[in-house]
Ligand binder design. Structure first.
Ligand code: PYC
Length: 315
């Protein structure tokens, strides 16, 4: 017997998938989005697994629950989640959601504001596939952190916030390339474990749950190529919006990129985000990330109560 029907629209942003839940998601009330995310996690985590895990999804999919925003100036509220848990912000999924809302006829090209659990972000929908996200203030938190990593040795990098917590390093141990993804993933996982063991954290003990490697680009129009390990163990197919924001914060504080100057970040699969930043009145780095998204499916997910894997395959 089918006991749940959920309407979703799937898209990808520079290769990274987003599943926007437009109907049938959990009712989380009308409080601040950070509180609604906490309630989602506490009371409705089965929904996250149902919508994201196999057999309906896979480890790279990021979900975005479309919510009524608190701020009436926002067109939408979004709560992001993946195969492991919940994200603060998600750059590629914000671009994917904007393109999807346009596909549904709910927004037109122009400037919009979207509420997230970590603050309001601006979204400029340039055309039906291109959107720019004005992210939350981003900053370097720790510079030149050295950690001892099992089977790897000493690794040095920065810890930065771009809407999620990142460890950023040039020490990839090999080429940043599609055919090296397994080795990059193993190394990034080992670094993540070492950071946790050494108690290197973000604010208030927040775990560093994304690891980002940088190297030479393969595209002539890019400044750098990255590999980003996401919290659930999947790699980001896009150059990662929050990861690129964290990178901009590090470049800004080092004086290596001026406000308004362009930074073109290539992903491990060869896709691209264009980025730049401005300084707000308090001197904080506000990144803008631009990328293209495409709708890939309009679907109704169903849950059959008799299905032994009705709530998704646990990893
Ligand atoms: O684009 O910010 C991003 C992101 C985070 C995790 C996957 N993508």
């Amino acid at each position: 017997m089918v006991d749940r029907r959920v309407r979703v629209v799937d898209s990808h942003t520079e290769g990274e998938p987003t599943r926007l839940v437009i109907e049938g998601g959990p009712s989380l009330g009308s409080g601040p989005l950070a509180e609604r995310r906490a309630r989602f996690q506490r009371e409705f985590d089965d929904f996250r697994r149902f919508a994201i895990l196999e057999p309906r999804g896979h480890s790279a999919v990021v979900g975005a629950l479309l919510c009524e925003p608190v701020d009436p100036d926002c067109v939408a509220g979004l709560i992001f989640f993946n195969n492991e848990g919940y994200l603060g912000m998600c750059g590629h999924a914000s671009i994917g959601a904007a393109v999807t809302l346009a596909h549904l006829g709910r927004i037109a090209p122009g400037s919009h504001r979207i509420e997230t659990p970590v603050g309001v972000v601006g979204v400029e929908l340039v055309d039906r596939n291109l959107a720019c996200v004005d992210n939350v203030p981003s900053r370097r938190h720790l510079a030149n952190v050295e950690i001892e990593v099992e089977d790897v040795g000493r690794v040095r990098g920065d810890v930065a916030w771009g809407g999620n917590w990142f460890f950023l390093t040039e020490d990839a141990g090999g080429e940043i390339a599609f055919d090296n993804i397994d080795a990059l993933t193993r190394r990034a996982e080992a670094i993540k474990r070492a950071l946790a063991a050494a108690q290197v954290t973000g604010d208030d003990g927040a775990p560093i749950d994304h690891v980002e490697f940088f190297g030479r680009p393969s595209r002539r129009d890019a400044d750098s190529r990255n590999f980003v390990l996401c919290p659930g163990g999947a790699y980001d197919r896009s150059p990662c919006g929050t990861g690129t924001s964290a990178k901009l914060a590090c470049l800004a504080v080092e004086g290596e990129l001026a406000p308004g100057a362009s930074w073109r970040q290539e992903s491990v699969i060869g896709s691209l985000f264009s980025a730049c930043y401005r300084l707000d009145a308090q001197g904080r780095v506000i990144p803008t990330i631009s990328g293209r998204a495409y709708v890939t499916a309009e679907a109704t997910l169903v849950r059959d109560a008799d299905d032994p894997f009705a709530d998704g395959l646990m990893g």
